[in-house]
Design a protein around this ligand. Structure first.
Ligand code: MTE
Ligand code: MO
Length: 330
């Protein structure tokens, strides 16, 4: 597989977008922290700061993001190499093999691109993506992404909280859910010939989930615009839910009263629930969800890691599900 061959070419070193003086100052602090011991507050602070820096791959247009202040926006986990992030994908519109999207997604034309924001809102509008990108300041968020299939990655996304958009369009009292519709164009997407799913790919969130500050509208990763295979020009990233909730190449965001008919729920309702919160205690119909394989970590014999409740974001999002039976609402 292609992604294995060139894995690791991205090293977590200072970002090209970090001015040299700032970087050198960080490095001195890091050295200082190393002598002070890793467990100290300074050590943790400096390590976190360094983790947020990495070399831009230099393949696509730069899209820098400021360090995010949102709780849970940066994980200390080692970043998944860019080659794996962009070479091992689920984007069924381009084929069901993990290598298909990297090979086929060059067919996707990401400009001009519009996103229709509509439904139960006071200010419906069709946004041009270039206009939408300027709606709020870009932030860098380092999130774990955990696929329902049992693998995970750690990706430095660039974008802003979806709540920034939601606030501006003024949901009415009838807006209980948000539906996300992604592009379905047979001319550009060879995977649409297959009927694995009903196209277009549709996902949904409850309004309060969509409003949570961790719910990210992403326009980039690794300090650059999104590669097509990762959902250019814009996608959702919901870090505490299984990867399939994070729809790629969005064309429509609809505010609705009834729970949206999400593609995976429609395809296999006993296997995929509407909520799809990462939950090690609720098995998938055909496999356990207790552990996961971190892509790019150590090859074939790597040890699996335990999957964390809400993918490790329980402190931030647990409250959203207080009192709900998560076996029933899986
Ligand atoms: N439109 C669309 N969005 C999608 C998918 C898809 O097939 N089509 N796959 C989902 C699944 S199952 C996962 S795990 C993530 C994968 O994102 P990544 O390839 O950027 O890691 O995208 C999600 N978004
Ligand atoms: Mo997935």
């Amino acid at each position: 597989m292609q992604y294995l061959k060139d894995r690791g070419f991205v090293q977590p070193v200072a970002s090209e977008i970090t001015p040299r003086r700032v970087f050198e100052q960080r490095r001195r602090l890091l050295q200082l922290a190393a002598t002070a011991g890793a467990g100290t507050a300074l050590g943790l602070w400096a390590a976190r700061d360094a983790r947020a820096s990495f070399a831009r791959p230099g393949r696509l247009a730069p899209l820098p993001g400021a360090k995010s202040e949102v709780a849970g926006a940066v994980t200390m986990d080692k970043l998944t190499p860019y080659a794996d992030v962009t070479g091992y994908n689920n984007f069924y519109e381009f084929g069901t093999d993990k290598a298909d999207p990297a090979r086929e997604a060059h067919r996707l034309k990401t400009r001009p691109w519009t996103v229709a924001v509509e439904g139960e809102i006071g200010k419906p509008k069709v946004y041009d993506v270039d206009e939408l990108m300027k709606l709020a300041p870009m932030e860098e968020r380092i999130y774990r992404l955990r696929c329902v299939e049992g693998w995970s990655m750690v990706i430095p996304w660039v974008g802003w909280s979806l709540s920034e958009l939601i606030r501006r369009v003024e949901p009415t009292g009838n807006a209980k859910y948000v539906e996300f519709v992604t592009l379905a164009d047979r001319a550009q997407m060879p995977g649409l010939r297959s009927s694995v799913l009903l196209w277009p790919y549709v996902e949904g969130l409850r309004l309060d989930e969509a409003m949570h500050p961790l719910t990210l509208l992403a326009f980039g990763l690794y300090g650059e615009v999104l590669p097509n295979q990762n959902g250019a020009p814009l996608r959702l990233v919901v870090p505490w839910k299984y990867g399939f909730k994070s729809g790629k190449s969005l064309v429509k965001i609809r505010f609705v009263e009834k729970q949206p008919a999400a593609s995976w729920v429609v395809a296999a309702p006993h296997e995929y629930g509407f909520y799809s919160n990462v939950n090690p205690k609720v098995d998938h119909a055909r496999w356990s969800q207790a552990t996961e394989r971190r892509i790019g970590e150590d090859g074939l014999l790597q040890r699996k890691r335990p999957t964390l409740m809400f993918n490790g974001y329980e402190a931030q999002v647990g409250q959203l599900y207080a009192g709900m039976d998560l076996r029933r609402f899986f």
